[in-house]
Unconditional design. Structure first.
Length: 228
C-alpha cells in the first residue's frame, strides 16, 4: 500500500490562516490570481489576488472590531452564496478571532433562528435573500446585535450595507489586535439534522484550516500556480 502520510509534520506552536497563509502568499504569490470567480449566470468574472484578500480581510477585521465592537470569541453566522465576500469575511474572522459559523443558503427562517440560538451568534452576514429571512425572526434572537447585507441590493434599515460600511475603512487599514491561540475556536459547522436537530461541530485554528494543508499537498497534489 502506498504510504502518503508525511511523518515529519509537527504541530506548530501558533497558526493563523489569515496571517500564515493569506498574508504569506500576498507577499510571495506566484503568477496568476488567488481566485478566478465567475458569477452563477456566467455574465461576470473577477480575478482576485492574495493581496486583495489580505487587504480586504484586514479592513473587515478593523470594521468589525472598531466600528461594531465585535470581540474575539463572538460568533458570526454567515449565510451567503459563493461570492468573493464569503472568503474575505471568513479570512477576517480567522484574523480577528471571531468564530465563523457558515451555513447553507437553503435554510429557511426557523433554521436560521435555531442556529442563532444554539451558537448565540451576535453577528449575521447574508445576501438580500437571507437577510430578509433573518429579519422575520429577528425579535426571537436576543443574542443578535448586527445584521450585515452583502451585494448591490439596497439594505433594509435594520441591516448594515456591507460595501457602504466598508468604504469608511481606509484601504491601508491594518488589524493590530491579538492573534487567537491555536486552541481557540475558529469555526462551528452545523450537521445536517437528518436525525434530530442539527448539532454544532467546533474546530480550532489547527483542526480545520491547517488540516487542509495535508489534503492539498498529499491528496489533491496541488502546487502553486495551478487552477483548482
Amino acid at each position: 500500500m502506498a504510504h502518503y502520510y508525511d511523518e515529519t509534520l509537527s504541530r506548530p506552536s501558533s497558526f493563523n490562516f489569515a496571517n500564515d497563509v493569506v498574508d504569506y502568499w500576498a507577499s510571495n504569490a506566484p503568477p496568476g490570481p488567488a481566485m478566478h470567480w465567475v458569477s452563477q449566470d456566467r455574465k461576470t468574472e473577477r480575478k482576485l489576488s492574495f493581496e486583495h484578500f489580505s487587504r480586504q480581510s484586514h479592513r473587515i477585521a478593523v470594521y468589525l472590531q472598531d466600528k461594531l465592537g465585535v470581540k474575539a470569541g463572538e460568533k458570526m453566522l454567515v449565510v451567503l452564496p459563493r461570492v468573493p465576500e464569503w472568503w474575505e469575511i471568513a479570512t477576517a474572522a480567522f484574523r480577528s478571532g471571531i468564530v465563523l459559523c457558515p451555513a447553507t443558503t437553503l435554510l429557511v427562517d426557523k433554521d436560521i433562528e435555531y442556529r442563532i440560538h444554539r451558537s448565540s451568534a451576535s453577528v449575521f452576514v447574508g445576501d438580500s435573500v437571507s437577510v430578509a429571512k433573518v429579519l422575520r425572526v429577528r425579535n426571537n434572537c436576543p443574542s443578535l446585535k448586527h445584521i450585515i447585507q452583502i451585494g448591490s441590493a439596497r439594505s433594509p434599515k435594520e441591516a448594515i450595507h456591507f460595501a457602504t460600511a466598508l468604504s469608511s475603512i481606509a484601504p491601508s487599514a491594518t488589524y493590530t489586535g491579538p492573534k487567537a491561540p491555536i486552541s481557540a475556536a475558529a469555526l462551528i459547522y452545523f450537521t445536517s439534522g437528518t436525525t434530530g436537530n442539527p448539532k454544532m461541530v467546533q474546530h480550532n485554528h489547527i483542526s480545520y484550516p491547517l488540516a487542509h494543508t495535508i489534503t492539498g499537498k498529499h491528496w489533491l497534489r496541488l502546487k502553486p500556480g495551478q487552477l483548482y
